[in-house]
Design a protein around this ligand. Structure first.
Ligand code: PLP
Ligand code: SF4
Length: 361
């Protein structure tokens, strides 16, 4: 009988001690990481921990807590895209007439250190059955809702039984025609894309799109590619959402490699997100001007299939606009005036000077 604890790289790492035991942080970083983990949720599932242990700095940077997360820049806010302003009932964000976000849980398989909802995500975030029923009632009562986007948190951390129940409930609402699932699970824990999950997603004949969050080509391991292939073979069109991140994918070469790898895995790059002004993320921020130059560098060099829309969520809950001259006018010093889709004009602050060298540890 084997009574030993599992090897540190065979289970999800959640504490600074776990991270140190697995060799993902140095012993002298434990105090700084402890302060960060007390503030923001931490979890690194085995598949990603093994990639990091094998030497993948772009992966480590996205998931290993860092003392710089305790530096909040003046332009950073707890609810950068204004979810709260547009939440009519718990678990629903309704900003655009034809589509809503439904967040059945705020738990994730892995916690990205740059998350735009980092102030609300965490391990105890599931809706209660009556809250979920209330959210579904809201959707049922609004015939203008054509699409429901399951997000969170990560909806695919729920059991197949609970996911299947949500899909079946949405299937029964005639005006809901499209279900979209935003998830990091295919990358973070590809083993979860199993028969039970596929059966749960098949509890409707409506279109079910899966938008995978993926920021670096290294994330697309054989297992991840196999998980994507399985979803695709089962009839679920795949999209990718990526976030432009300093030190992860802020070069034309890294973006080109990522988008080519996604298309080859039958995943269509959908959005490249400008990083939102979430607290403690300034060490990840690529200024808009530099992002625009990178995206220009991809044009002409890369198949149209592999070109996502570079997108900005206007701070405060105004909505998303493409990062193009049509929507943005420079105000000098990195600031912009952003025009929304209804001709409202909004000030977009410049990124604070980067504090790359400052450590609070
Ligand atoms: C991003 C977002 C959506 C989806 O926008 P698309 O442009 O359709 O991908 C919907 N609702 C809210 C509140 C959002 O933040
Ligand atoms: S998976 Fe999404 S919601 Fe969860 S921490 Fe990462 S970015 Fe945030």
């Amino acid at each position: 009988m084997n009574t030993q604890a599992p090897h540190p790289l065979e289970r999800t790492l959640r504490t600074p001690a776990d991270l140190a035991a697995a060799g993902l942080i140095a012993p002298e970083d434990v105090p700084g990481v402890t302060a960060v983990s007390a503030r923001y949720a931490t979890a690194i599932p085995a598949a990603l921990a093994r990639l990091i242990a094998g030497g993948a700095p772009e992966i480590a940077r996205q998931f290993v807590p860092d003392a710089r997360e305790l530096n909040t820049a003046p332009e950073e806010t707890a609810d950068p895209i204004g979810d709260a302003r547009h939440s009519p009932v718990k678990g629903v964000v309704h900003r655009y007439p034809d589509r809503v976000l439904l967040m059945p849980t705020l738990t994730c398989a892995v916690y990205c250190r740059f998350c735009f909802r980092r102030e609300s995500v965490g391990p105890s975030g599931a809706l209660t059955p009556s809250e979920l029923a209330g959210a579904l009632d809201y959707i049922r009562a609004k015939p203008a809702i054509w699409e429901v986007i399951l997000t969170g948190g990560d909806p695919l951390v729920l059991s197949a039984r609970r996911i299947g129940a949500i899909i079946a409930a949405l299937d029964a609402i005639p005006h809901v025609r499209i279900i979209r699932i935003h998830s990091r699970v295919p990358v973070a824990d590809p083993d979860r894309i199993d028969d039970a999950l596929i059966a749960a997603l098949k509890r409707t004949k409506k279109a079910v799109y899966v938008a995978v969050h993926c920021n670096h080509a290294t994330e697309l391991t054989c297992k991840v590619i196999a998980a994507c292939a399985r979803l695709s073979d089962c009839g679920f069109p795949l999209l990718a959402q990526s976030v432009l991140l300093k030190g992860v994918n802020d070069s034309v070469g890294a973006l080109e490699e990522l988008f080519r790898a996604l298309v080859a895995a039958r995943v269509k790059p959908y959005y490249l997100h400008q990083l939102d002004y979430a607290p403690g993320t300034s060490h990840f921020r690529v200024p808009l001007e530099q992002g625009r130059a990178l995206v220009r560098g991809l044009r002409g060099r890369l198949s149209g299939l592999a070109q996502p829309t570079y997108i900005l969520d206007i701070p405060g809950g105004v909505g998303k606009v493409p990062v193009t001259a049509e929507y943005l006018s420079p105000e000098g010093d990195g600031a912009y005036i952003v025009q929304d889709s209804e001709d409202g004009r909004h000030f977009y602050p410049p990124a604070a000077p980067q504090r790359e060298d400052i450590s609070l540890a």
